[in-house]
Structures are given as structure tokens and as C-alpha cells.
Design a protein around this ligand. Structure first.
Ligand SMILES: NC(=O)c1ccc[n+]([C@@H]2O[C@H](COP(=O)([O-])OP(=O)(O)OC[C@H]3O[C@@H](n4cnc5c(N)ncnc54)[C@H](OP(=O)(O)O)[C@@H]3O)[C@@H](O)[C@H]2O)c1
Length: 378
């Protein structure tokens, strides 16, 4: 199901608190960092927060820079991103700043919450979206994507919301600012609560000093299991497509990239077509050749390939679908089913699934996988 790209954004104290317990909002970021946040907001289609943050901080969630708003309008976008509030109870103050500033607002809530919000008069300021007896995140994200056209969603807390999105493996990226102060109050809200998260390490994309705070950006790395697609699956498939672009061009073979990733998000190997001067090596073959066949992580690993693994091959004794099965890997994620350009009715997927492997095709990456092969497929 297509969801928006979900970016979690938060600032924490050195002891991991999002706020203190005083009546005023604790300012953790520096002025230059607030401006950076403004820039990230301006690049988003929607900004989402939980009801707890509306109650505690009474935020406006605006793009403050006139220049950035003008750029949005010039690009044909609304002046302000859509503001999205999330509440199960619907019990929100209708005079809160959230409802009276910026552009369009929606409240995503339960059926019961919608009735309560209507009684409170929220419906005069925002569109209330009841999502059933319980609010579930996939439904909410699907609604934002399909009905509201949201492709990039910035989530600005609080901790309850961030925790759920990360635990449910629905977050594509995390922006975390570390502020040089300590809160020390055991009752102060923390960023991430206890529960089950991806195992292994997230990938660090960037660290940036901004006055006296440090911004760190991370992406989750753990592949999904079975048919469940995680943000990390999208990240790794995008990388495979980027690797395809590194292949020496050929008129007689596709340019393909492949990455093998362990269940905990560790990259085991990557490869691309015609790598290392071998004119016939395939991407999956090149990647698998770099892994010890007895590596115990292979049976639970995922292989990402920009093009469906081949089922027939003249240049080598075994096609890539067979090499994958022999390696023990049973989960394959690809962007593009093999066209008839070189082999009629190639069906690597059929070979793989017949032996119990799961093959997932993410068509949103097909154009990217085709890009270095334009001269072959038009
Ligand atoms: N430092 C930062 O970057 C930062 C950013 C944002 C917030 N904060 C701080 O974080 C604190 C607030 O965090 P919080 O964890 O208490 O609140 P929160 O995450 O903002 O909101 C929690 C509320 O959202 C609703 N909600 C959450 N999950 C839901 C679900 N699955 N279905 C339906 N509704 C759901 C519920 O609303 P109802 O109760 O209405 O049902 C819940 O009480 C404040 O102290 C704020 O200052 C800090």
C-alpha cells in the first residue's frame, strides 16, 4: 500500500527528555535549528502531531519564512503544509492555536472522537476524519496518501506518536536534535517508550552541528518479513537502483544493481552487472559471490535487485534465481519484472516462488530501475 514518506522530527535533552514537566514548553533547539525545522516543514506536504502535544505546547506549526511560503506557492503548492492532528478521544480545545493558524487542518480520530470533536466545535475549524472504532496507522497513512495527496509527511511528536510509528516500522527517516541541557525529572516525557523496535542498528545519514545543538539523521535498516514491506525495504531497493546506474553500459545485457541485507539490517554484500571488468557477471551473482556460503544469516536475509533475477542464462551454468535459492535466501524484493528484450517470457519470479521464496515487486521503483536501460527498452 503506498504511504507518504514519513519523517520523524524531535529534539531531546542530554538525558533523553522531550520536555520538562513545567507549564511552559521547554525550548531545546537553538534559533538556527528552529530555522532548519522551518525549512523541513516547508518541504513537507503535511505536518502531523499528537493531541498530547497540542495540549502541552499549544503549537502553531507554521512555515514562518515568507520566502519559503512564497516558494511553495510559486511551485503550485498550498502556502502552508496541511496540518494533521491525531487523537483517539477527540477531546481537544477548539481555541488552541493549531486550529486558528496556517492553512488546511484535519483531525484524524476514531468514530467516538469524531462525535466528541464535533460537540466541541472542532468541525468549524478543521475537517474531522473518523477512521473507525480504533485508529490504526496504516489506515491513517493511506488516507493521507490517497485522499489528501500527501507524499512527504513530517511528524513533530510527541513521544507517544513517534514511538508507535517507529515500532510499527512506518517511519522512513528520523531527525534527532540533541540539546546541551539536562532535565533530570523522572516524570518528564521521553522520546521513545519501551516496546519492540527493529533489531540491529539504524543507519546514520548525517551529523550536523547547528550552534550548540547537534542534528543527527537516521534511517531504519531492517528488511520486512514475508509480504510486509518496511521503509528499509524501500531504502535498500532504491540503493539497488542506484547501483544499476553504475554499470558499464551494454547493448546485450541489462544494467542491474543488487544488495543482500541480513534480517537485522546489516548489509552483507552488494553488486552490479559487469562489475570488476567481468563482462557477463550479473548483479545478484556479483553480490552473492562476496558472501561465505555458510553465513548463517543467509536464510533470513533479503536480496534486493533492481530487475527480477534471471531464470535462464546462456553465459553461465546457473541463472540468478537458482543462485539465490542455493544461497538459502528466501525473500527477494525487486522493482521491475524482466521484459522480453533478451529472453522470451523470462520468469525468475516463477522459479523462485516454486521453491518457496517470497518475491515482492515494488512498481514505484520501476522507472528508476529502467533508467540506465533506456537504450534497451525505450
Ligand atoms: N522536543 C520535541 O521535539 C517535542 C516535540 C513534540 C512534543 N514534545 C513534547 O511531548 C509531550 C507530548 O507527548 P505525548 O507523548 O504526551 O503526546 P503526543 O504523542 O503528542 O500525543 C499523544 C496523544 O495522541 C493521540 N494518539 C496517539 N496515538 C494514537 C493512536 N494510535 N490512535 C489514536 N490517538 C492516538 C492520543 O490522543 P487523545 O488523548 O486525545 O486520545 C494520545 O493521548 C509534550 O510535553 C511536548 O512538549 C516535544
Amino acid at each position: 500500500m503506498p504511504y507518504p514518506y514519513v519523517l520523524l522530527s524531535a529534539a531531546v535533552s542530554l538525558d533523553g527528555c522531550l520536555d520538562d514537566t513545567g507549564p511552559e514548553r521547554l525550548l531545546l533547539s537553538s534559533p538556527a535549528d528552529f530555522d532548519r525545522v522551518d525549512e523541513v516543514r516547508a518541504a513537507s506536504d503535511a505536518i502531523l502531531i499528537g493531541a498530547g502535544t497540542i495540549r502541552a505546547d499549544n503549537p502553531r506549526l507554521l512555515v514562518n519564512s515568507e520566502k519559503r511560503r512564497a516558494a511553495r506557492v510559486a511551485a503550485g503548492r498550498p502556502e502552508y503544509p496541511l496540518k494533521v492532528a491525531v487523537s483517539a478521544s477527540g477531546d481537544l480545545d477548539p481555541t488552541a492555536n493549531f486550529w486558528h493558524t496556517g492553512g488546511d487542518k484535519i483531525l484524524c480520530t476514531t468514530d467516538r472522537g469524531a462525535a466528541r470533536a464535533s460537540t466541541l466545535g472542532i468541525t468549524q475549524h478543521a475537517t474531522v476524519v473518523p477512521l473507525g472504532p480504533h485508529l490504526n496507522w496504516p489506515d491513517l497513512l493511506e488516507h493521507l496518501h490517497d485522499t489528501r495527496g500527501v507524499r512527504r509527511l513530517m511528524v513533530e511528536g510527541g513521544g507517544t506518536i513517534h514511538t508507535q510509528l517507529l515500532q510499527q516500522e512506518l517511519a522512513d527517516e528520523l531527525h534527532l536534535v540533541l540539546a546541551p541541557l539536562l532535565v533530570g525529572d523522572p516524570k518528564a516525557p521521553r522520546l521513545f517508550g519501551p516496546g519492540t523496535y527493529q533489531t540491529g542498528r539504524l543507519r546514520l545519514l548525517e551529523t550536523r552541528r547547528i550552534e550548540d545543538v547537534v542534528l543527527t539523521r537516521y534511517v531504519p535498516t531492517a528488511p520486512g518479513t514475508g509480504a510486509r514491506v518496511t521503509p528499509a525495504d524501500r531504502h535498500w531497493l532504491a540503493l539497488a537502483c542506484d547501483l544499476a546506474a553504475q554499470c558499464p553500459p551494454s547493448d546485450t545485457a541489462f544494467s542491474v544493481g543488487a544488495v543482500v541485507v541480513a534480517a537485522d539490517g546489516t548489509e552483507l554484500a552488494r553488486g552490479h552487472s559487469r562489475e570488476g571488468g567481468d563482462p557477463v557477471v550479473h548483479a545478484e551473482e556479483a553480490a552473492l559471490a562476496k558472501i561465505t556460503p555458510s553465513d548463517p544469516r543467509l536464510p533470513t536475509a533479503t536480496i534486493y535487485s533492481s530487475l527480477e533475477p534471471c531464470a535462464h542464462r546462456a553465459s553461465r551454468p546457473h541463472p540468478c534465481a537458482r543462485l539465490i535459492l542455493t544461497s538459502g535466501i528466501r525473500r527477494v524484493v525487486t522493482a521491475w519484472r524482466e521484459p522480453d528484450t533478451f529472453v522470451q517470457s523470462a520468469d525468475g519470479t516463477g522459479t523462485l516462488t516454486a521453491q518457496g521464496a517470497q518475491v515482492l515487486v515494488l512498481p514505484q521503483y520501476e522507472e528508476r530501475a529502467k533508467a540506465p536501460n533506456g537504450h534497451l527498452v525505450g
